[in-house]
Structures are given as structure tokens and as C-alpha cells.
Design a protein around this ligand. Structure first.
Ligand SMILES: Cc1ncc(COP(=O)(O)O)c(C=O)c1O
Length: 391
């Protein structure tokens, strides 16, 4: 029945399993374990002969509702929820890699993804090659050898540069690699990596999926064989399970995701245009602006530019700090995708671990501010930005 549902219907009803009590809202099964009427039932469930839940590290009905709703949203055969977005990224990589494996990744990455790729994986004998994700020729050169996995974020954090998902997927598949896309900045509403050729999509559900700054969560979307053979055993035995309470919160977040993302985009577009014309701003990075260097690609693979805007204020760290310190309505925070607008100085926070020279190459300059546009009245946000920039 759900196959024919429209997007909003899937987001409101997908995966709901009503108990005999007939509750309207999704039930919250806040339990660590499950009981069995008889020993044979336990034996059957452990042997995968009988359906049913055994232990919430392995599966839980509330968590499954969240997974099924995400599958319907993304058009994926399977999903596995995790405690955080980083647990999703880590599991998607670690479950399929072994010593001697090779990974090619776009270099514009969230700091913790950068750490997994450049610090953790090499410790276990995995070769990792970072490329300029905007440059298809760089991908072509790096993927001229057999490769096991490709990892990319698009738009990337924090400079909002893009990667051509379809172009990279074609090269990656020819090299024997699975393509993992971290789709956090685009959200599942604005960009669909699977039809473009990605094999695996990961989210920090902490961001727009919750959307109200309440809880952490993550999810991996993939095909059924990948989940059964690689991901599920890895998750089951290493244990980064999503709490049922957080799964319930995220499921309720999905009900309004489409509405919220459209509002985030409407305000972000207006703010990007406002900043672009502001005399005290030196540059704006936003995939929805005609001035974005990859605007044509943005139009091809995204339905809108997203809810994040990055801009340069000139004058280095001192001026960037002065601007964010003057903000009254917009809060200073490293989170994003919240109903509340949040400003980040990536060079001193989310990307501070990356060496200065690499940050320069990536365009993460000292005067760069990343703004996650919230759901407030856009005129109030512009007034706050204006007074902070002019002060
Ligand atoms: C692009 C991206 N990927 C992954 C993560 C990690 O998510 P989480 O904080 O839920 O672990 C974040 C943010 O923190 C992010 O911005």
C-alpha cells in the first residue's frame, strides 16, 4: 500500500505498527529486551527462522519504524539506524573494509569524517586517497586503480562545494568501488543519491531529520544484501544502536521534514542574496546562488540550495569572532539543521583539527562563517546579521 503513497504521506505514516490499543501516535517501545512464550521461540528467532525482536541492540520496533520511514523516503531497500551520524559513517566504512583495502574520498569533509579516513583507517592498513571532489579528472586519476569504497559529502561541510554524484559513481563502479554519500547538508528532501548511482547513503539524523535540536541519531541506507551480509553483523556485534526514545523523536521529526526543509531553503535563499549584496561581506557560498561556481551541477542534482550558507567577512579570525559575538538572535553553535539559526566559525571549531595549510587549500579561511538558517522570521535574521556585520 505504501508504495503508491506520495512523499508527505510516507513521511507521516511510513513504518507505523499500531499495537492492539490502536494509538494514533507511533508507540514508543522503550525496552532493552523481549521475552519468549517458550524456549523454542527464542531458538527460532536466534536462528532467523521466526520473526520477532530479541534485544534492542539488534532490533527494536520503534527503531524499525524509523528505519522503514527512512527507507520509504529515500527509496532504499534497507536501512540501519545508529546512535549518531558518526556511528553511521564509521559503520558504513568499517563493515566492508579490511587491511589492504583502498578508499578514495572527497577532501571537503566534516572534521570527524576526515579523522576516520585519515587517522583511523590507515592504522588498520587501509589506503586512503583524498581528492578535490569538484574535479572529475582528479576522481578519474584516483579511480584508475581497483578501489573498494568511495566516500563523499555534497554539499561539503563547511564550504558547500559539490561533487558530481553520477559522474563519480560511474568511475567508482568501473573501479569496483561502492559509493557512500553523506547527504546531511542536502537532506533527503533536496537530493536523492541512490538514483544518481550511489550505493549507500548516510545521515546524521541529529540535523534536519530531528530538526529541533533534541537528540542524536544516524542512519545508513543501502540494499538488502549489503545490510544482511556486512552492515547488520557489524552493528549487532559492535553495538552503536539507536535508543528507542531517540528513534521515536526522529520518527516524529520526519513527519514535518518536508515542510521544514522547504522553509529553511526559502529563508536561506533570501539570506544568501542579502549577504551577497552586503557591503561588509566579501563572498557568499551557497549552491542556490547563480554565483556558486558549480551552479549548473547544483541544478542537476539538487532541487534547491539547502539551508546552509557560508560567507566570508574579511579581516581574519578577529573580525569573524567580532561578527558572531555581536549576533543577538542567531546563536553560536557547531550544530546545524535546527529550527534555531546557528552560526559556526569552522576554522576554530568543527575543522580546527585539520592543519592550517590544508584548511587554506580547502577554503576554510579564518574569516569564514557558516550559518545554519532556522525557521525564525527571515526579516529578524537579516536584521540580526546586518547589525552584527556593521557593528
Ligand atoms: C556532514 C556531517 N556528517 C556527519 C556528521 C556527524 O553527525 P553526528 O553529530 O550525529 O554524529 C555531521 C555533524 O556533526 C555532519 O555535519
Amino acid at each position: 500500500m505504501s508504495a503508491g503513497w506520495g512523499l508527505r504521506t510516507r513521511l507521516v505514516h511510513g513504518g507505523q505498527r499500531r499495537s492492539p490499543l490502536g494509538e494514533t501516535c507511533e508507540a514508543l517501545w522503550l525496552t532493552s529486551g523481549f521475552t519468549y512464550a517458550q524456549a523454542e521461540d527464542a531458538e527460532g528467532r536466534f536462528a532467523d527462522r521466526l520473526p520477532g525482536f530479541m534485544y534492542s541492540r539488534v532490533g527494536n520496533p520503534t527503531v524499525r519504524t524509523f528505519e522503514e520511514r527512512m527507507m520509504l523516503l529515500e527509496g532504499a531497500e534497507e536501512a540501519a539506524a545508529t546512535a549518531t551520524g558518526m556511528a553511521a559513517v564509521n559503520a558504513a566504512l568499517m563493515c566492508q573494509l579490511r587491511a589492504g583495502a583502498r578508499v578514495v574520498a572527497a577532501r571537503c569533509l566534516f572534521g570527524s569524517c576526515h579523522y576516520i579516513l585519515t587517522e583511523i583507517l590507515p592504522r588498520f592498513g587501509v589506503e586512503v586517497v583524498l581528492v578535490d571532489g569538484r574535479d572529475l579528472d582528479a576522481w578519474r586519476r584516483a579511480l584508475s586503480r581497483r578501489t573498494d569504497a568511495v566516500f563523499l559529502e555534497t554539499p561539503g561541510n563547511p564550504t558547500l562545494e559539490l561533487v558530481d554524484i553520477a559522474g563519480v559513481a560511474e568511475l567508482a563502479h568501473a573501479a569496483g568501488a561502492r559509493v557512500i554519500v553523506d547527504n546531511v547538508f542536502a537532506t533527503p528532501i533536496l537530493q536523492r543519491p541512490l538514483p544518481l548511482g550511489a550505493d549507500i547513503v548516510v545521515y546524521s539524523a541529529t540535523k534536519h531529520i530531528d530538526g529541533q535540536g533534541r537528540c542524536l541519531g544516524g542512519v545508513v541506507l543501502c540494499d538488502a544484501a549489503f545490510k544482511r551480509d556486512l552492515l547488520q553483523p557489524y552493528l549487532k556485534h559492535t553495538g552503536p544502536a539507536l535508543s528507542p526514545f531517540n528513534a521515536w523523536t526522529l520518527t516524529k521529526g520526519l513527519e514535518t521534514l518536508d515542510l521544514r526543509v522547504r522553509e529553511h531553503v526559502r529563508s536561506a535563499e533570501a539570506i544568501a542574496r542579502f549577504l551577497e549584496q552586503h557591503p561588509r561581506v566579501e563572498g557568499v557560498l551557497y549552491p542556490g546562488l547563480d554565483s556558486h561556481p558549480q551552479r549548473a551541477l547544483a541544478k542537476r542534482q539538487m532541487s534547491a540550495g539547502g539551508g546552509l550558507v557560508a560567507f566570508r567577512v574579511g579581516g581574519g579570525r578577529e573580525r569573524a569572532f567580532a561578527v558572531v559575538n555581536r549576533l543577538k538572535l542567531i546563536a553560536i553553535s557547531n550544530n546545524l539543521g535546527d529550527a534555531k539559526s546557528l552560526a559556526t566559525h569552522p576554522a576554530s571549531t568543527t575543522h580546527s583539527r585539520i592543519p592550517e595549510s590544508e584548511r587554506q587549500e580547502l577554503g576554510i579561511t579564518e574569516d569564514l562563517i557558516r550559518l545554519s538558517v532556522g525557521l525564525e522570521d527571515v526579516e529578524d535574521l537579516m536584521a540580526d546579521l546586518n547589525q552584527a556585520l556593521r557593528g
